[in-house]
Write a protein that binds this ligand. Structure first.
Ligand code: SF4
Ligand code: MG
Length: 327
């Protein structure tokens, strides 16, 4: 497919009293039209900051994009003013969050908020905007959309609010939808329904999706390709099937082993096969060498001396680990 997004050597740092946190430190990835990409890693790996950078919503200060480029249709978003970003954000690139109330305003009806997207970006009248809002609610399978359109966010269940947020995000038929842990706060059944919905919409609308999650299980059925991040860096990238069958980075293998066992009924009951021992290193003072080495059972001498480069091991598979330098 044709190239939609091309992130090149992105660096987004935070300047705080404790020092400089290099939250995103030289991240590159691409996304083609209609493709779905998973960005996976533990909390603090830089996956959310990467998304905020693409949306240009990094709080500045303390954050700042200090390097790199974010090409969207060949136009570098890093160079755009906030005014110019407003014609792209919500319109051509939309985002949904773990907590729907991040994007839904409690004092306006669901209908008015969705209609606002059509009024703002499509120049519709209020009445046409509201009709289009009913259609969107129907599209995300909210029952009785004519009634729901007049309700406030607090009148909806958590799962319905998530659907309403998706409806708002997709209102203007964006080319790229960024989803940041969209199902993490939901129970397992509702989580599966929302993922089904997103999968269906992706096929219907041909929207490219960048899905951010700490849970590889969540994106296994959704993503065409997966990027694994650790301590602000990409440590492995591969097509989804390849990553699941032939993961190479010790960190990715650890993540795969910590996917909840299928069939567990609720979040509380979810059992994990194993957790990756140890904690993510502080972004304020990353160690010399491989950032994963304190937690890695395969660490060698060189791992403490030099950071490994990202090795291309086959077609679309790349890994940042000294174990694979001979590929
Ligand atoms: Fe482990 Fe070394 Fe590979 Fe890092 S480079 S993941 S420490 S083997
Ligand atoms: Mg996050």
């Amino acid at each position: 497919g044709s190239r939609l997004l091309d992130v090149k050597n992105l660096k987004t740092w935070f300047y705080t009293f404790e020092g400089v946190a290099k939250a995103v430190n030289g991240v590159s990835y691409t996304l083609n039209k209609g493709e779905s990409l998973g960005i996976v890693g533990e909390s603090g790996c830089g996956k959310s900051v990467t998304a905020s950078s693409v949306m240009r919503i990094v709080p500045e200060p303390p954050g700042k994009i200090v390097g790199g480029k974010i090409f969207f249709h060949g136009e570098d978003l890093v160079q755009l003013s906030q005014k110019e970003m407003r014609r792209i954000r919500g319109n051509r690139i939309a985002m949904i969050f773990q907590e729907p109330m991040t994007s839904l305003n409690p004092v306006f009806t669901i209908g008015n908020q969705i209609a606002e997207m059509f009024i703002l970006h499509r120049g519709m009248s209020k009445k046409d905007g509201l009709d289009a809002a009913v259609e969107m609610l129907d599209r995300v399978q909210i029952p009785a959309p004519e009634k729901r359109v007049g309700e406030y966010p607090h009148q909806l269940s958590g799962g319905m609010r998530q659907r309403a947020m998706i409806a708002m995000a997709l209102a203007c038929d964006p080319e790229l939808l960024i989803a940041d842990e969209p199902t993490t706060a939901l129970d397992v059944t509702v989580q599966a329904q929302i993922l089904d919905l997103m999968n269906r919409l992706k096929d219907e609308l041909d929207t490219a999706i960048q899905m951010i999650t700490h849970d590889l299980g969540v994106i296994s059925e959704m993503a065409d390709r997966i990027v694994v991040m650790y301590a602000g860096r990409v440590v492995e990238e591969a097509e989804t099937v390849e990553l699941f069958q032939n993961s190479l980075h010790p960190y990715t293998r650890g993540l795969l082993h910590s996917i909840p066992i299928l069939g567990s009924r609720s979040r509380g009951e979810q059992k994990k096969l194993s957790e990756i021992k140890g904690i993510v290193p502080s972004l304020y003072g990353l160690p010399v060498g491989c950032a994963f080495r304190e937690r890695c059972s395969r660490a060698m001498k060189i791992c403490g001396e030099q950071e490994p480069p990202l090795y291309g091991v086959s077609g679309n598979h790349a890994v940042r680990c000294w174990l694979h330098q001979d590929h």
